[in-house]
Design a protein around this ligand. Structure first.
Ligand code: CO
Length: 465
């Protein structure tokens, strides 16, 4: 009998999707402790927005958090989400920083690194795969799934071939917007299984209400690993529940390493944690309501709530529908990038500016200028040249430094950090400082830091997928 493995993502993506990554570390430890007894294939606990959130909102060391999580859950392999050369940030870092980050990550308790690039540009992820393997980790290569005239099954198979050629240990279909359809996932999984020997992992969000069907079809097509969350943190902008996955796998007479009842203690702890956040108002009903409109606009759930709050801030919530309609046009102009961090926020912001100023590309964020100059990587399709001209507005085109030639900033940043904290800095502290300089100094009293105005390099990056 074929066994389908389950990867739990409750405290990382579930937390990020439903609680804007604000789950308290102690609550995370409680949940992991119980989930650790279940016999899961792995648990995604780190990366994505958790690193930024630990420093920015909790004033805690993400490294210390990771060590404590491993202590609480020593039996289950840990996985994390890495944005390729962007690490857990929003721009390309040098190889020295990337390698140190990956080595420290593996040393501190992560086993599997899921590596993706928003543009599916292999150049942006090949070094991350190389360093993960060099330091003994499991490198999982992820395709960022989207729908567009240039993205089809053939495109994804070719991209996965590049990943497999780089030596990835498994492949992941990363459907961050939850827009996979049941028939498409069936065909995609089948093709990947026929073409490659490595295990295939499906990651999808429940946003449109179709995820039960999507996972059932993926299971029937032969998927090896599926992602889900313990039920109190499942559905809506989050993921299918572990319980539903177990039932679906069993219904189709396949094997799974644990039973419904084995999840009960983890369910109870998670349920009481969820209740706490529901009562405090941080866990909003809104996030659990399915949104089939996403299939029309292909906008990830997290991005919709960000857009809503951006418009509210501007007193322009009545323009929500106009912005939703503008997003596909901006995306087309940009050559159909998948809407995942950082592209989702960039395209969303540009759409907001186009609508609010009343003139398309009259105002353009620096990130969009950089994008059209190719600084984020290769465009999936053709960018609209008229738009490029308007975006650049006569500015000279700056040629991007090739990734392998970006100089190491480690020594310089170490010296800078040490001069601020008046002591020797640990390697992990220097890495945090390189990634999030504004928030990485944890020595000062928490009250002091809270009082400082928050400087956010790109405000809407909060809550990225
Ligand atoms: Co996700």
């Amino acid at each position: 009998m074929r066994t389908v493995k389950i990867n739990d993502v409750s405290v990382r993506d579930g937390n990020q999707s439903l609680l804007a990554t604000r789950m308290d570390h102690q609550d995370i430890l409680k949940i992991l402790k119980e989930l650790d007894k279940v016999g899961l294939h792995s648990m995604e606990v780190w990366g994505g927005a958790t690193f930024d959130s630990a420093l920015r909102f909790f004033k805690r060391s993400p490294w210390q958090n990771l060590r404590e999580m491993k202590e609480a859950a020593p039996n289950t392999p840990f996985s994390m989400l890495l944005r390729g050369q962007n690490i857990v940030g929003y721009r390309h870092y040098d190889n020295d920083t990337l390698e140190r980050f990956i080595r420290l990550t593996l040393q501190n308790g992560i086993d599997i690194i899921r590596i993706f690039d928003a543009l599916n540009d292999i150049d942006n992820i090949r070094n991350a795969i190389k360093f993960t393997k060099k330091h003994g980790g499991h490198a999982q290569g992820a395709l960022s799934y989207t729908v567009s005239p240039v993205h089809n099954i053939e495109y994804y198979v070719n991209y996965c071939k590049e990943l497999v050629d780089l030596g990835v240990d498994s492949l992941c279909i990363k459907d961050m917007a939850g827009i996979l359809m049941p028939d498409v996932v069936y065909e995609l999984v089948k093709r990947l299984k026929e073409t490659f020997d490595v295990p295939i992992n499906l990651h999808s969000h429940a946003t449109t209400g179709l995820s039960n069907l999507v996972f059932e079809q993926a299971i029937l097509a032969g998927v090896d690993i599926v992602d889900g969350c313990i039920s109190p943190f499942s559905n809506g902008t989050s993921h299918i529940s572990l319980e539903t996955l177990v039932d679906t796998i069993k219904y189709h007479k396949m094997d799974v390493d644990f039973d419904h009842l084995d999840l009960q203690p983890a369910y109870e702890v998670s349920n009481s944690v969820a209740t706490k956040y529901i009562n405090s108002g941080q866990y909003k009903t809104r996030t659990l309501i399915i949104n089939p409109n996403i299939l029309i606009y292909q906008v990830p759930g997290g991005m919709l709530s960000n857009l809503m709050s951006q418009l509210n801030d501007q007193g322009a919530s009545d323009r929500y529908d106009d912005v939703l309609k503008e997003i596909p046009s901006v995306r087309k102009d940009m050559g159909y990038p998948p809407l995942v961090t950082p592209l989702s926020q960039m395209v969303g912001t540009q759409a907001v500016l186009n609508v609010l100023t009343g003139e398309r590309y009259k105002m353009v964020p620096k990130e969009i200028k950089d994008y059209v100059m190719g600084h984020y990587g290769k465009f999936p399709g053709e960018v609209n040249q008229q738009v490029v001209t308007k975006v650049l507005n006569g500015d000279p085109v700056i040629i991007k430094t090739p990734i392998d030639e970006i100089p190491s900033v480690y020594n310089e940043m170490k010296a800078e950090l040490e001069s601020k904290i008046n002591r020797e800095a640990l390697e992990e502290e220097v890495i945090s400082y390189i990634l999030f300089s504004q928030n990485a100094i944890l020595d000062e009293s928490k009250e002091e830091q809270m009082k400082q105005p928050e400087v956010i390099e790109f405000e809407i990056f909060e809550g990225g997928q």
